[in-house]
Write a protein that binds this ligand. Structure first.
Ligand SMILES: Nc1ncnc2c1ncn2[C@@H]1O[C@H](COP(=O)(O)OP(=O)(O)OP(=O)(O)O)[C@@H](O)[C@H]1O
Length: 267
């Protein structure tokens, strides 16, 4: 693989929003295999849109987009064989609430199973081994037989991560994976996602509203404002001015996010 993500001169309007400002405009960026990248930006900056684009879910954009060396088309969804290598962790978990943790994590295997076995949900011993390894890594093996609707938010997010890992993706995309969690759990979950990605040598891209956490766990940070790229730097290079530019000068009335020691926000 030469690049995990390669985007050139991308402009995207959501359907029904063609007359207004584009959700993303003039975006050019490359993510190397194995990098952990954080997307920062105020609400509406375009983080979810960029992640959904990389997940092959959006149509009608202009520019060039390639994911895991497969060029995406603005006119049609990518082939399933290409999509199976991308795992997505949703902010709201997207789990089958009335099913067990084990079933949900095994669902991560479906894209890698032969058609009939997937249709009937017949998982092989190898599928189960992968799913149990993922549950164990996510710290939820002891919850395997619990129903998801009996779990806390932090536990649910671990199930969603285990399901993603069970898929054995080469690219992990996570949309605000810690926004519903308290600070200690948010720290644990971002550590789990980026740690699992690094241990496998796979790429992780996550969006966040918490610059301090993002900089702690990402190798690289991309800042967006109003659909435009504002900065793209290593985590160590991100400056207080960068953070101020995407949050405060964007007109956001959100409270200033907590900063890592030594990083003071200039407004
Ligand atoms: N389905 C949609 N139809 C029309 N416009 C949309 C749609 N989804 C997003 N948008 C618009 O696209 C822009 C980017 O939204 P996006 O959800 O990508 O931002 P975000 O940075 O993820 O925000 P947040 O942090 O609140 O999740 C916003 O102006 C939003 O209103």
């Amino acid at each position: 693989m030469t690049t995990a993500i390669d985007i050139a001169d991308l402009t995207l309007h959501h359907p029904g929003a063609e007359g207004g400002s584009p959700a993303l405009s003039g975006i050019t960026l490359t993510v190397q295999p194995g990098e952990s990248v954080a997307l920062l930006g105020a609400s509406g900056a375009g983080k979810t849109t960029l992640l959904a684009l990389c997940d092959g879910r959006l149509r009608g954009w202009r520019g060039q987009v390639s994911v895991l060396d497969h060029p995406l088309s603005p006119d049609k969804p990518p082939a399933l064989s290409a999509r199976v290598d991308t795992g997505f962790i949703f902010q709201e978990f997207a789990l089958v609430e009335r099913s067990t943790v084990e079933r949900n994590v095994l669902n991560g295997r479906l894209g890698r199973m032969p058609g009939l076995a997937a249709f009937f949900g017949h998982h092989s011993a190898a599928d189960r081994a992968v799913a149990y390894k993922a549950m164990s890594e996510a710290g939820i093996a002891d919850l395997a037989h619990r129903r998801v609707d009996s779990l806390s938010g932090g536990q649910r997010q671990r199930v969603a991560i285990a399901r993603c890992l069970a898929q054995e993706p080469k690219l992990i995309l996570a949309d605000e994976p810690v926004s519903n969690l308290d600070p200690a759990r948010a720290d644990d979950i971002l550590g789990l996602i980026t740690g699992a990605a690094r241990a496998r040598g796979v790429t992780a891209i996550f969006s966040s509203h918490q610059p301090d956490l993002a900089m702690r766990y990402a190798d690289r940070v991309i800042g967006l404002r109003d659909g435009k790229l504002q900065f793209d730097r290593t985590a160590a290079e991100v400056s207080p001015q960068d953070i101020a530019r995407i949050y405060h000068e964007a007109g956001s009335d959100a409270p200033l996010p907590p900063q890592k020691p030594g990083l003071r926000v200039v407004t």
